[in-house]
Design a protein around this ligand. Structure first.
Ligand SMILES: [Zn+2]
Length: 372
């Protein structure tokens, strides 16, 4: 099943080698950017070391043990993740959550993880790995495996442990029982205690390459090449993000981008005022972020227009690309500056600058470059 994880050859080869030589470490740190398969790989690794199938088929995904892992119901598997806190003692040492609202969110998170792991999940409050979760983990670790070879503990986003939780966890990490495998995942390894880092075998995960995302979207999500290329660019190495885009379908934000560029080409300031009025509220932030991501693709397309036509994404809009290219053929000179400017606008949006101000800034900047 490891072949389902795309673009992580190094991590997979480290783990397969451990399985084949039966040299399983007590604790691993899977580190790398968000949305590249750290959790799924951890789950498959836990499955593989408990799988009933022949060595080369592990994890098979169909034996009773694998099936229990896939439904998160294996008695030797514990999944610890950050979630909101109501009060200090709202989780018992056996893992019973006593506050109804928290329990609901906890269960919805797990359900999402099983059924649609690429989907974003939003908790209602700030989250973190709780000392109570670590106490529960300690309690479970003391028991011997119920039906598998190894007990498997996945601690997701381990950097969200508070100092108290981290210190409690460190004790577990220092003397784990032989039949226990702890897998920590994080996109911020530098936020972990150095003493935790040094006790884990480190397994690096990389951003997924654009080509691999493109291929995945074309072959398994049946997208047209133009769309696959577009989503792969917008996703910036994050496979989950790419799958979210497929699900949402960004056709709407692409249409908006084309409308914006048509207004720009016509230099129709009145129509632009109407357009900009759609972005008055902060709710439009993520929509505008997608439009800016599209604009980044358009600027790259204009710069490929003359010499690298095979790199163009918006192949169905070459007339518009041509118009913009001829407005200012010095593209090699200004493209890096606009791209830098658009990246800055993305950062400002993420920092909650008003979307309307951002789109006005972009319109003025592009007008100056193409029609100044
Ligand atoms: Zn199996």
């Amino acid at each position: 099943m490891f072949e389902k994880i795309k673009g992580q050859e190094k991590a997979i080869s480290i783990l397969k080698n451990a399985i084949e030589t039966d040299k399983i470490a007590h604790s691993y740190l899977f580190y790398g950017p968000d949305g590249v398969g750290k959790f799924t790989t951890a789950l498959y690794f836990g499955m593989a070391i408990n799988c009933h199938s022949t060595l080369e088929k592990r994890p098979c995904g169909i034996c009773p043990s694998c099936k229990k892992f896939l439904s998160f119901s294996h008695p030797d598997f514990l999944f610890v993740f950050p979630f909101p806190k109501e009060k200090d003692k709202d989780i018992s040492i056996e893992g019973e959550i006593k506050v109804e609202k928290i329990l609901q969110e906890y269960e919805s998170y797990i359900e999402n993880k099983i059924k649609t792991p690429w989907k974003e999940f939003h908790f209602t409050k700030n989250i973190g790995i709780r000392i109570a979760s670590i106490r529960m983990l300690e309690n479970r670790i003391k028991l011997s495996p119920n039906e598998g070879n190894y007990k498997v503990y996945i601690i997701e986003n381990a950097e969200t442990m508070g100092i108290q939780a981290a210190n409690a966890f460190l004790k577990t990490l220092e003397e784990p029982p032989t039949d226990t495998v702890l897998i920590l995942t994080t996109s911020k390894p530098n936020s972990l205690l150095p003493t935790i880092l040094s006790r884990c075998q480190q397994v690096p995960f990389l951003p997924v390459s654009r080509k691999i995302i493109e291929k995945e979207l074309e072959e398994n999500k049946f997208l047209e090449n133009i769309e696959a290329k577009m989503f792969a660019r917008i996703a910036h190495g994050n496979m989950e993000k790419a799958l979210q885009l497929v699900e949402k379908g960004t056709t709407a934000s692409r249409e908006e981008t084309i409308e914006f560029l048509n207004i720009l080409i016509a230099q129709d300031d009145l129509r632009f005022i109407d357009f900009a009025n759609r972005y008055k509220t902060s709710k439009t932030q993520s929509q505008l972020m997608e439009i800016i991501s599209h604009l980044i693709i358009w600027i790259s397309d204009i710069s490929y227009f003359k010499n690298f036509p095979s790199e163009i994404v918006n192949l169905d809009k070459t007339d518009m690309l041509e118009t913009l290219y001829h407005q200012n053929p010095n593209i090699d000179e200004y493209a890096p500056k606009i791209l830098e400017f658009l990246e800055l606008m993305l950062k400002k949006l993420a920092g909650h600058v008003n979307p309307q101000l951002i789109i006005i800034g972009i319109y003025n900047k592009l007008s100056e470059i193409f029609f100044g």
